[in-house]
Design a protein around this ligand. Structure first.
Ligand SMILES: C[S@@+](CC[C@H](N)C(=O)[O-])C[C@H]1O[C@@H](n2cnc3c(N)ncnc32)[C@H](O)[C@@H]1O
Length: 294
């Protein structure tokens, strides 16, 4: 079987875009060879060109999804970027808890959760600093397009190397049990989180019912893989799903594609966003930021 041609790689880039809306740069076509190696083995194939030939010959949605999932970048860590979590502890959660006291419910969404560290970081932060929430209805949803990382998030089992990335030693002792080289999250934290596979860029958007609204959404380090058009659609969906006064966290290098929909705040060196149409009052202590002017 000959090596893959640039047309083969172009075919795969288009396929990935169709399935996950991830835009892959042609200068990084070599990544197909490494990332698809396992999938090729599982299919009894040796070359990328063989896979492309098979995909071209007849439509195979399961195989197409497997290709798109294999090309996702699942980089994550506990308390990633630390500052948003610090701000949650010192300002945002205390204010949110005050506002929700009458209903005693809180809903969070780690959209594009990868292997679950973001959701579990939030859950541990809540257990550690807000024990009064034990009697509340509290839900942290985690979703990702990649089935393999969702399985890992559900298992809540992490290797020593992952544990050494961002997790304070005291949290490791308090919220994990050791199994050989791995550590597994304790049921007290695990029960706050619910993980499932979902694509953020399909017509079947997760949490589409009117009752599916969130106090806080983490959409961090995923929009950078999408086109402007995809970001606009995704952010419009997120806007709809946040309750009035809800908060959106993006990755440190990301901004809302449509600043007319969002008000940005900087506090503690962290930028977060609120839906503009919500009519929620401007925040108390952070400096307001004009996103359009950035
Ligand atoms: C770099 S990780 C970010 C993980 C976490 N949010 C963080 O900031 O540490 C990006 C994740 O986005 C997921 N992803 C990419 N495209 C997606 C899509 N269309 N729908 C849902 N998840 C997607 C990938 O599978 C990957 O796990």
């Amino acid at each position: 079987m000959p090596r893959a041609t640039s047309a083969d790689y172009g075919y795969l880039r288009d396929l990935v875009f169709d399935v996950s809306q991830n835009v892959l740069d042609p200068s990084r076509d070599y990544l197909f060879d490494t990332r698809l190696a396992m999938l090729l083995r599982n299919q009894g194939m040796t070359r990328v060109s063989e896979l492309v030939e098979c995909l071209r010959a007849c439509r195979n949605p399961a195989l197409e999804r497997a290709v798109a999932e294999a090309m996702t970048i699942n980089e994550t860590s506990f308390f990633r970027d630390s500052r948003p979590f610090e701000l949650l502890r010192t300002e945002l959660l205390p204010r949110l808890i005050d506002a929700r006291r009458p209903v005693r419910t809180l809903r969070f969404w780690s959209a594009a959760c990868s292997t679950g560290q973001e959701a579990y970081s939030l859950a541990m932060l809540i257990c550690e600093h807000f024990p009064l929430l034990a009697g509340w209805e509290l839900r942290i949803e985690g979703t990702d397009i990649c089935g393999e990382v969702v399985e890992r998030a559900r298992a809540g089992r992490y290797h020593r190397i992952e544990m050494n990335r961002g997790l304070p030693a005291s949290y490791r002792v308090r919220y994990f049990d050791r199994i050989g080289e791995d550590w597994i999250i304790q049921p007290e934290v695990r029960k706050l989180c619910n993980f499932r596979q979902a694509n953020l860029c399909t017509a079947h958007f997760p949490f589409s019912r009117a009752s599916d609204r969130f106090d806080m959404i983490f959409l961090r380090n995923v929009m950078l893989y999408f086109s402007l058009e995809t970001r606009l659609t995704l952010l419009a969906n997120m806007h709809r799903l946040l309750i009035p006064g809800g908060i959106l966290f993006l990755g440190s290098s990301e901004q809302p594609a449509d600043p007319s929909q969002w008000t940005a705040f900087i506090a503690g060196g962290t930028c977060y966003f609120k839906p503009k149409a919500s009519g929620f009052p401007t925040q108390a202590s952070g400096a307001r930021l004009d996103v359009a002017g950035r």
